[in-house]
Design a protein around this ligand. Structure first.
Ligand code: ADP
Length: 355
């Protein structure tokens, strides 16, 4: 009898030490259906003081309890899931339940594998596909509708034909822009771990962007004011991608600023830039638009996120420009800062480290 108790307690202490060493939440249940050990990761999930308690009072979810009961009764193995809501986030675990038998004592080992990030990534992918389909469907439906009208009731109406073809042209161009931006985004994502290697002269890139966008600014009678482009601020980067960053930001400032307004683009060089805590070049693109309410700002770089979807579409926007900017800057170890006060314009700042 004493021998059996000794064997059990030495088996238990081995089990406790092994459970503690496991890098995932783990609970071991004895034949008496009580918790032998819950390691520290499991205590974070179920709280302290589980030792010696009946497993039903610790693990309360019926599907999981059924699976454990089966393994306790019949041995072998079972799988289950465990879900828990934590502040703003739901966490999902795959649970593996296995019977373990030493010479003298039987245990059931319950291990929790955190699948939260995988589930979230899956959800994001599904949302993204749904968003893309929705964005493309709207112009496509318009084009199909006009084709039908042109083939039917408006077949011999030349004035209507010209008007409808103009609309169809606009809608087809919109689809083309969306597809173009999606391809850019996927190219940037594919390269995200590859450090860019060109030596890029930031003032010269910004100057060429300003030149390219001058006609767009003229069309809205917007003045483009460029400052600080006289030094040669070189960074290691990808010239085409950085051109795209500044194009998207200056284009937005022109689009969302007022007609007859001004967009200022200011380049400054910093020995110690506070955000980067090191040497960096900073480009501020400021407009005189209506500004962006604070609660929208953290979400602007999400794909298809728009403050005013109608206005964005009217201006030919795809809702992907700032997502592209963010991904390119991440690849360059740079940052995007957005400051805006309702009624007071917005300032989008790009900060790129020199090395
Ligand atoms: P879009 O193609 O719609 O312009 P972006 O990703 O470039 O997409 O921008 C996302 C949203 O951020 C825009 O729809 C707009 O609501 C807002 N936004 C971007 N730039 C500005 C700006 N300079 N002023 C006000 N709002 C802006």
């Amino acid at each position: 009898m004493t021998q059996a108790i000794d064997a059990k307690s030495s088996a238990n202490s081995l089990v406790v030490e092994m459970a503690k060493a496991m890098p995932l939440p783990l609970i071991v249940i004895g034949n008496d259906e009580r918790v032998v050990v819950a390691n520290q990761r499991a205590e974070e999930l179920f709280g302290k003081g589980t030792h010696g308690r009946h497993y039903i009072t610790v693990l309360r979810q019926p599907m999981l309890l059924d699976a454990i009961e089966n393994v306790l009764r019949l041995g072998g193995e079972a799988n289950a899931t465990y879900r828990v809501s934590e502040s703003a986030r739901d966490r999902h675990f795959d649970v593996k339940i296995r019977a373990a038998l030493t010479k003298d004592v039987g245990y059931v080992v319950v291990a929790f594998e955190d699948k939260t990030e995988l589930q979230e990534a899956g959800q994001m992918r599904r949302d993204f596909v749904a968003n893309v389909s929705h964005e493309l469907r709207t112009p496509l439906t318009a084009v199909l509708g006009f084709i039908e009208t042109l083939l039917g009731p408006a077949a011999n109406d030349s004035a209507a034909r010209a008007r409808f073809l103009t609309i169809m042209d606009n809608e087809a161009k919109r689809m083309n822009r969306i597809v173009g931006d999606l391809l850019s985004l996927s190219r940037v994502e594919a390269d995200r771990r590859v450090r860019p290697r060109d030596a890029v002269n930031i003032p010269s890139v910004v100057r060429s962007v300003v030149q390219t966008l001058q006609p767009l600014a003229d069309a809205r009678s917007v003045k483009l004011r460029l400052e600080g482009d006289d030094a040669d601020d070189m960074v290691q980067g990808d010239q085409d991608q950085l051109t795209q960053v500044f194009t998207n930001l200056v284009e937005n400032a022109i689009k969302y600023g007022p007609v007859n307004g001004e967009v200022s683009i200011c380049i400054t060089s910093h020995a110690v830039e506070p955000t980067m805590r090191g040497p960096a070049v900073r480009v501020d693109v400021a407009d005189q638009g209506e500004g962006i309410p604070a609660h929208h700002i953290p979400r602007l770089t999400e794909r298809f996120y728009r403050v005013d979807a109608h206005r964005s579409r009217e201006m030919g926007g795809t809702g992907l420009g700032l997502a592209i900017v963010k991904h390119i800057l991440t690849r360059h170890r740079g940052r995007l800062r957005i400051e805006s006060h309702a009624g007071n314009g917005s300032c989008f700042s790009v900060i790129l480290p020199y090395e």
